[in-house]
Design a protein around this ligand. Structure first.
Ligand SMILES: *Cc1c(COP(=O)(O)O)cnc(C)c1O
Length: 440
């Protein structure tokens, strides 16, 4: 993708019509999305003949709906209007997603030199980036200094000395520990300063003449308890006050990531918004680092059934099947291991029938045939689903699909066993607003 012109720093303003269309019809565009995704999946798999195709033509592939990313952005604006999102690049560094989020005026949360470089190459102003990694590689800090990426987090004294040596002009965020016991992926065992250490850290920063501009926290990925946000906001207030006593003028609160794309987002956002207003006056800038919220629901993956083994239970007289797909936990299903996800298999193509979005693909259908679903590597850990049921008999050469595969999937795929870690994305766009921004 060619780099594009430097983008303005100002917020892209959503039209009143965009927000209006969201009111009352939260599924706005969703029907069109199904149509477009279905069409993309169908035309691709129908064009592949496994008996004659080139090596890799039948590889798994994604369909990414940029319109869904756009709808999630509208949802964010509607529910967390005060909070400026800085997309967590690690979650899915897809170039088209990054482009759209850039056009929407979002910032970016980067954790390495490569991520910073990818965002800067798009023409993004370094002020829109936060280097949100409290334990940084020295050469990366030098790179950030040279590139002008000033905002960065820290949570320990050594990092302050490192910053003093390499980037004394940095704008630092003190990352504090949170109670993440209710979240899916706990992060507080690894990062965050406990509240009994923040005073010492701030004093050290003061004596080193470093600029601490705010507090950051992360309640853990897949956070399910809104109370965790309230507690973290209260703790951040405590540290803001501590900092003020030491002469710092903190101006930004970073509420991190962990926002889920499911129905729990709205109640969670309401609780967070209320506590932000309770504890932080309007002049305090509030940013966040959502990752999964933006992309989880935007990507669907299609996988080819490369082999099948039937298993007969002589006592029960039943037959079940083991299906082997051309993608697994060492590939795009790495989310099962790293992110505790449970992708739901559905039938895309069974013989000549294309069943995308049909009841027979696995939705609520009475279970008739039992399956377990495996990846292509030689490792026993490579299992996608240990038990599921379809009403149809799936054969070698058929296709399955899995929805909600946008977060922590292809970014953590490996090349183990010689299987490819690069997979195609077919893009669709179910929202005219997003198409216009991307000039599609
Ligand atoms: C991973 C991460 C995020 C994104 O988390 P999500 O659960 O995808 O929202 C944000 N900030 C930091 C510091 C992270 O490590």
């Amino acid at each position: 993708m060619a780099p594009f012109a430097r983008l303005p720093t100002e917020e892209y303003h959503l039209s009143y019509k965009d927000l209006k269309s969201l009111d009352g019809t939260p599924d706005h565009g969703a029907a069109k999305a199904k149509r477009l995704i279905g069409h993309a999946l169908k035309s691709r798999v129908e064009a592949i003949d496994q008996d004659t195709c080139q090596v890799g033509d039948e590889d798994a592939f994604f369909v990414g709906d940029l319109g869904e990313v756009y709808r999630q952005h509208l949802r964010w604006k509607k529910n967390l209007g005060r909070v400026k999102p800085h997309y967590a690049v690690k979650c899915n560094p897809d170039p088209q997603v990054l482009r759209l989020l850039a056009e929407l005026g979002n910032g970016f949360d980067c954790a390495s030199k490569t991520e910073i470089e990818q965002v800067l190459k798009m023409g993004i102003d370094p002020e829109r980036i936060i280097y949100a990694q409290p334990c940084k590689t020295k050469s990366y800090v030098r790179y950030a200094a040279q590139a002008g990426v000033k905002q960065m987090t820290f949570d320990n004294a050594d990092e302050l000395y490192k910053t003093k040596q390499l980037f004394p002009g940095a704008q630092l965020f003190l990352r504090i520990l949170t109670d993440d016991s209710a979240s899916l992926c706990r992060l507080s065992q690894k990062f965050g300063a406990s509240l009994d250490t923040t005073a010492d850290l701030l004093e050290l920063a003061r004596s080193l003449d470093l600029d601490v501009v705010g507090v950051a926290f992360h309640v853990g990925s897949g956070a399910s308890d809104p109370k965790a946000f309230v507690k973290a906001v209260q703790d951040a207030r405590f540290v803001f006050d501590q900092a003020a006593q030491l002469g710092f003028d903190m101006h930004t609160l970073d509420v991190g990531g962990g926002f889920t794309a499911d129905d729990s987002f709205e109640p969670m956002a309401a609780v967070l918004s209320a506590s932000l207003d309770d504890y932080f006056p309007p002049h305090v800038r509030v940013i966040a680092e959502p990752g999964r919220f933006y992309v989880a629901t935007a990507f669907t993956i299609a996988c080819h059934v490369i082999a099948r083994r039937s298993v007969t239970d002589a006592t029960l007289g039943t037959t079940s099947y083991m299906l082997y797909l051309n993608d697994g936990v060492y590939g795009n299903f790495s989310s099962i291991i790293f992110d505790h996800q449970h992708p739901v298999p559905r039938i895309l193509k069974c013989g000549d029938d294309v069943l995308y979005d049909a009841r027979r693909s696995g939705y609520d259908s009475p279970s008739q045939v039992e399956y377990s679903i495996w990846g292509p590597t030689c490792d026993g850990i490579d299992v996608i689903s240990s038990s599921c049921a379809f009403p149809d008999v799936v054969n070698t050469g058929d296709w399955l699909y899995f929805e909600d595969m946008g977060a922590y999937t292809k970014c953590s795929a490996t090349r183990f066993n010689g299987f490819s870690d690069c997979h195609d994305v077919v893009y669709v766009c179910s929202e005219p607003g997003a198409s216009a921004l991307l000039e599609l």
